[in-house]
Write a protein that binds this ligand. Structure first.
Ligand code: GRG
Length: 288
């Protein structure tokens, strides 16, 4: 896992060349190069590897997904959204570069990511590239990430179009699970996998994404700034709709454990030490 993270870090740095106007490239690279867990690119690469693909073929797409993720973090931290002063243990992008440049840095990452896929995926077929771009645009936009964020913001104002449980499910699926789904689907497409296999990995990533958001909600209650690199206890203080606020800590942990077991049930046959390491790390932290 450490080796894969290092590889992703190196490629992320290499892919974005700083040139004029330097301010925007520095803002893009600031949050991108801070130490994130790199779960999405690692899951993309590992899916491709498990399905028989040379991992070099999928590196541009895996890094593009991390860029999309970082864009969402930069915009999520803005005062008009979650208003967070810290991210990945350091001041948020807008705290360092100002709001205008943080908005633009997010936009630049969002648009550079598909450019990167097109320019650097020289070992993928045109059909694979089109399919990957289709997945990217579908999951990033109003049918995915943006939908999740809008419903999240509305729910904070007490506006629910559905029951609180359904609303929470929609937010978790679209705000969080969606990028894990994108990661494994892209890895599987790069490997030339069948639709059946793509759907199998999609189900794994959906359950993983829901478990990961519950993990994040639990951490907001029990963890520290030092461990998570962002302000803790905010969800509780703001009365935010989370799995913990809706069902309590015990039920949240039970649901998390059930989802992780279901993940093993789907992915176990691949015997992936990378996926086992990711699942095991989250599990052991929640069990403490
Ligand atoms: C796509 C244009 C466009 C907008 C995005 C702002 C926004 C709309 C969505 C916010 C999505 C968001 C921030 C979801 C939170 C998901 C989550 C649990 C993030 C934390 O992921 P980690 O722990 O972070 O993997 P690191 O820093 O380790 O990468």
């Amino acid at each position: 896992m450490k080796e894969l993270i290092k590889l992703v870090d190196r490629k992320l740095d290499e892919y974005i060349e700083v040139c004029y106007p330097e301010d925007i490239f520095n803002a893009m690279k600031y949050t991108l190069m801070l130490p994130g867990k790199r779960l999405r690119p690692v899951m993309c690469i590992e899916t491709a590897r498990l399905l028989g693909c040379d991992i070099n073929k999928v590196l541009p797409s895996a890094c593009a997904i991390e860029m999309l993720h970082v864009q969402s973090l930069i915009h999520d931290d803005l005062p008009c959204m979650d208003n967070d002063d810290f991210r990945r243990g350091k001041p948020s992008n807008h705290k360092v570069f100002g709001e205008a440049n943080a908005v633009l840095a997010g936009d630049a990452l969002l648009t550079f990511a598909p450019q990167l896929i097109i320019e650097k995926s020289t070992d993928l077929s045109s059909e694979q590239i089109v399919r990957i771009l289709h997945e990217y645009t579908k999951f990033a936009g109003a049918y995915g990430l943006i939908a999740g964020q809008v419903v999240d913001i509305e729910s904070e104002k007490g506006n629910f179009g559905m029951t609180p449980q359904e609303t929470l499910g929609f937010i978790h699926l679209n705000k969080t699970a969606v990028l894990f789904k994108l990661a494994v689907r892209v890895g599987a497409i790069a490997a030339g996998a069948s639709d059946k296999t793509i759907e199998e990995f999609d189900l794994f990533a959906t359950k993983f994404g829901l478990a990961f958001q519950i993990y994040d909600d639990i951490m907001d209650e029990i963890s520290t700034f030092e461990e998570m690199g962002k302000t803790m206890g905010k969800d509780k203080a703001s009365g935010k709709l989370t799995y913990v606020s809706l069902f309590g800590l015990k039920e949240a942990k039970d649901k998390f454990n059930k989802l992780i077991q279901e993940c093993y049930g789907i992915i176990g046959k691949y015997n992936s030490h990378i996926f086992n390491e990711i699942l095991g790390k989250l599990q052991s932290r929640i069990a403490e």
